[in-house]
Design a protein around this ligand. Structure first.
Ligand SMILES: [Fe+2]
Length: 254
């Protein structure tokens, strides 16, 4: 905990998917970002720390694993579901846009800002927490430790990714801490660390060492690992077109 901010990173060891809790120590209210489908750990943490869940946010419509936001909202019916306004979701949700502030949801005195960062997906957002101690960026699948999110899963755009990274995210102060949605080898990421900083990534991330947009697009279109199995079906379940109940076991475990 840092001052008023309660910040916790949950890592699903089997896949390297990361979820985040942002809460106010003062009010006991919290927002869960990118929850995965096996929600027990998150639920235990909320109970143990006496945190009232008021919102569930997905940084984008995930293509590699099932989102836990709807499973969670069954357990916490008063918590709102929120995503970028361009989400393809067919269930009802609170629509977020660039520049929105979420701190009022938890009565926090630190800022929680929405930054619209399309590229990996059309509906991608990052969340910037501005605290007196140090700013933190929940970077979703926009910026990873040592890589960036791929753009070839059907809803990506290399030009938009370039804009989001080079004209938004990398303009943040270098000391800004970065917390991505995927960590480690399960996602073909070399680093074993769980967070990074804007400055470190600017200096060392291979995707960001390019000298032009053309070079970046070349990086984005070459040498990626195989696409996640069933990714189109996973997207359709996550935006509500297909039922979660019908998902085969290999998708639930993805
Ligand atoms: Fe993703």
């Amino acid at each position: 905990m840092e001052g008023e901010l309660v910040f916790h990173q949950f890592i699903r060891e089997s896949t390297g998917c990361a979820s985040y809790l942002i809460a106010s120590e003062k009010t006991g209210k919290g927002i869960l970002v990118d929850p995965v489908i096996d929600i027990e750990r998150n639920e235990t943490y909320l109970k143990d720390h006496n945190i009232e869940l008021v919102a569930l946010v997905d940084t984008h419509t995930h293509a590699d694993h099932l989102s836990g936001i709807r499973s969670f909202s069954k357990l916490y019916p008063s918590a709102i579901i929120a995503m970028h306004e361009s989400s393809p979701a067919v269930f009802s949700y609170t629509k977020l846009k660039d520049g929105d502030h979420l701190e009022n949801w938890i009565g926090a005195s630190f800022a929680i800002k929405v930054i619209y960062t399309p590229g990996h997906a059309t509906d991608h957002i990052c969340l910037l927490l501005e605290t007196p101690e140090r700013n933190k960026l929940i970077s979703g699948d926009c910026l990873f430790i040592g890589d960036v999110g791929r753009t070839d899963l059907g809803r990506g755009d290399n030009d938009a990714m370039y804009e989001s990274l080079f004209h938004k995210i990398l303009l943040l102060p270098p000391e800004t801490e970065v917390y991505p949605a995927h960590i480690g080898a399960k996602h073909f990421l070399a680093s074993a660390k769980n967070s990074t900083t804007i400055g470190t990534e600017r200096e060392t991330n291979p995707a960001l060492q390019v000298h032009s947009k053309e070079e970046f697009v070349k990086y984005m279109t070459e040498g990626w690992p195989p696409k996640p199995a069933h990714y189109q079906e996973i997207i359709e379940i996550n935006f509500g077109k297909k039922s979660l109940a019908d998902a085969p076991e290999e998708i639930v475990r993805a």
